[in-house]
Design a binder for this molecule. Structure first.
Ligand SMILES: *[C@@H]1O[C@H](CO)[C@@H](O)[C@H](O)[C@H]1NC(C)=O
Ligand SMILES: *[C@@H]1O[C@H](CO)[C@@H](O)[C@H](O)[C@H]1NC(C)=O
Ligand SMILES: *[C@@H]1O[C@H](CO)[C@@H](O)[C@H](O)[C@H]1NC(C)=O
Ligand SMILES: *[C@@H]1O[C@H](CO)[C@@H](O)[C@H](O)[C@H]1NC(C)=O
Ligand SMILES: *[C@@H]1O[C@H](CO)[C@@H](O)[C@H](O)[C@H]1NC(C)=O
Ligand SMILES: *[C@@H]1O[C@H](CO)[C@@H](O)[C@H](O)[C@H]1NC(C)=O
Ligand SMILES: *[C@@H]1O[C@H](CO)[C@@H](O)[C@H](O)[C@H]1NC(C)=O
Ligand SMILES: *[C@@H]1O[C@H](CO)[C@@H](O)[C@H](O)[C@H]1NC(C)=O
Ligand SMILES: *[C@@H]1O[C@H](CO)[C@@H](O)[C@H](O)[C@H]1NC(C)=O
Ligand SMILES: *[C@@H]1O[C@H](CO)[C@@H](O)[C@H](O)[C@H]1NC(C)=O
Ligand SMILES: *[C@@H]1O[C@H](CO)[C@@H](O)[C@H](O)[C@H]1NC(C)=O
Ligand SMILES: *[C@@H]1O[C@H](CO)[C@@H](O)[C@H](O)[C@H]1NC(C)=O
Length: 420
């Protein structure tokens, strides 16, 4: 290819009303492709509603050695035929330059956004975060300041991302923030450490300030939340997906910002397999007492999670089934699980099957300062792996009396946990 971005005009004869579409092919063979990628989107990524542009990555490996802020795009198709591989030979560079995401002091290697985006990877287009260097470097630290997320979709509207593979992300694989009407489908995530360095904080995806987001046909192998819905995630659908190894689907953590009102609501998770995960699903809020500051401290947030349906779940030897904890704090404090004013209500479980290692059917460790209510369990057929019998304990703390359907709270919470 040429050393500079090629701009090719293609007349769309079949659509005479449209003006010519600009196509930019990202040149190959550069030590750091980031400037060429930025250039391609600058030239072909801003189109009127009467035309569409296209950015093409060829079937080769592009090395990405610096941060990219590519936002405000309009009406562009992205065709990823090869691999984008992040260069992590100089972690100091990323720690000095990663771009703020706008929540929890998180930061990212790539901010990407705009409206009318259709990105396809055909099932083989790949993001390779080369994250092993990070897994070794942070030594299990939860939120290492400025460790970058692989990509952040920010200000994305009316968009489809499909057929993409995400390998060994540096930290969270992707964040979807300040975005709406987004479909992400046929997505494969595999974050695997070669050794005991582990892969903490390599969430498959996180939503924040996000509305009407659909995750369909995801397959995730990782060491943390499969998909995590955080502050102001509304109208979210996760369907036909499989989570391996990590924590399962997370609601939260949330309530980390003192006196700040946030919600998670109108969520459906349908046809989900959780295999070898810690949970099928878990809900986690910070305690009501603020200690330290985000990302690794906080608490005292307010708001609620409501109207959440978890149906057609299959568990494969998971450690636990469904957990609610309102005990999250990273300061090692214990015993404040009853202080959160963040409320959790109207959660329905339908058609759960498969196996778990836990004897608890559900474990609802809610907060006395704002008791949970409205749990509905229908057709819960999960069995305990070791003895093939149904788990008999419905463990509850601070669940309002008379607001459960399909089960009766019959056991206390077994152990206080700090929210994984
Ligand atoms: C393109 O269409 C969208 C949706 O109809 C609209 O919100 C936006 O303002 C339009 N943009 C331009 C540049 O005309
Ligand atoms: C992409 O290139 C790889 C090897 O470089 C090849 O195996 C593969 O078939 C190519 N894919 C396509 C769709 O051309
Ligand atoms: C690594 O990145 C830092 C921070 O950007 C920079 O000062 C340093 O020169 C880089 N080192 C190398 C070997 O490139
Ligand atoms: C990214 O680019 C947009 C548009 O130019 C700008 O408004 C924003 O401040 C940039 N973000 C960062 C973190 O540099
Ligand atoms: C996080 O960012 C806020 C500003 O958004 C800043 O005030 C705070 O000091 C940062 N916290 C840490 C732990 O870096
Ligand atoms: C939600 O997003 C989808 C695209 O994923 C879109 O087709 C649908 O119209 C949106 N719904 C609303 C209510 O805007
Ligand atoms: C995940 O990636 C690791 C290497 O990083 C590989 O060994 C493993 O086979 C992959 N797993 C799947 C299921 O693709
Ligand atoms: C994992 O392997 C890397 C690369 O060989 C090494 O630097 C790191 O120390 C190892 N970590 C552990 C915990 O074994
Ligand atoms: C459920 O999801 C799996 C993929 O995880 C898919 O193979 C299966 O067809 C889906 N079932 C239905 C009824 O859509
Ligand atoms: C989050 O949602 C709440 C409730 O709708 C709203 O009051 C608040 O402004 C939202 N926060 C942000 C940052 O959008
Ligand atoms: C609950 O959420 C579902 C799915 O998003 C939505 O269709 C329904 O209208 C919501 N119910 C209420 C009462 O908001
Ligand atoms: C439920 O009732 C029991 C005894 O009847 C009482 O001790 C407990 O405080 C009640 N729980 C809530 C959340 O109202």
């Amino acid at each position: 290819m040429l050393g500079t971005t090629a701009v090719v005009s293609i007349a769309l004869a079949s659509l005479p009303a449209l003006t010519a579409a600009a196509v930019c092919v990202v040149p190959t063979g550069l030590d750091d492709s980031a400037p060429a990628i930025i250039d391609a989107f600058r030239k072909c990524g801003h189109n009127s509603n009467q035309s569409r542009g296209k950015v093409v990555f060829q079937n080769t490996t592009y090395t990405v050695g610096s941060v990219m802020n590519i936002t405000g795009l309009s009406n562009v198709d992205v065709d990823l035929q090869g691999t984008l591989a992040w260069d992590n030979s100089n972690l100091s560079y990323w720690l000095s330059n990663s771009l703020p995401v706008g929540y929890q002091n998180q930061s990212s290697a790539w901010l990407f956004g705009g409206s009318g985006i259709h990105w396809t990877g055909h099932g083989y287009g790949t993001f390779n975060g080369n994250g092993q260097a990070w897994y070794d470097f942070v030594k299990g630290a939860s939120n290492y300041p400025r460790r970058p997320h692989q990509i952040t979709f920010t200000g994305v509207k009316d968009a489809v991302f499909e057929g993409l593979r995400f390998i060994n992300s540096q930290m969270w694989t992707m964040t979807v923030i300040h975005s709406e009407n987004v479909l992400l489908q046929d997505i494969y995530v595999n974050t695997t450490s070669i050794n005991k360095s582990g892969t903490s904080n390599t969430d498959g995806a996180d939503t924040i300030y996000a509305n009407n987001i659909t995750f369909n046909r995801w397959v995730v192998y990782n060491g943390d939340d499969c998909i995590s819905l955080k502050a102001n995630s509304t109208n979210i659908l996760i369907s036909n997906s499989i989570c391996y190894r990590g924590q399962g689907i997370a609601f939260g953590s949330i309530g980390q910002y003192k006196n700040t009102f946030e919600t998670i609501q109108n969520v459906v998770i349908r046809n989900l397999t959780a295999s070898g995960t810690k949970f099928g699903t878990y809900f986690k809020t910070w305690t009501g007492i603020a200690q330290g500051y985000p990302p690794n401290g906080g608490g005292g947030g307010i708001g609620y999670m409501q109207n959440i349906t978890l149906e057609d779940f299959k568990l494969v030897n998971t450690a636990n089934t469904l957990l609610v904890t309102q005990c999250t704090n990273y300061q090692g404090a214990t015993g404040e699980c009853d202080t959160s004013k963040f409320n959790i209500h109207d959660i329905a479980l339908k058609n759960w099957s498969g196996t778990t290692r836990s004897g608890a059917a559900v474990s609802l460790d809610c907060s006395k300062a704002s008791p949970c209510y409205g749990f509905d369990v229908k057709n819960f057929g999960v069995i305990v792996s070791s003895n093939s019998s149904a788990p008999t304990s419905y463990c509850c703390d601070a669940v309002e009396n008379g607001t459960t359907t399909g089960f009766t709270c019959n056991a206390p919470i077994w152990a206080t946990n700090n929210g994984a």
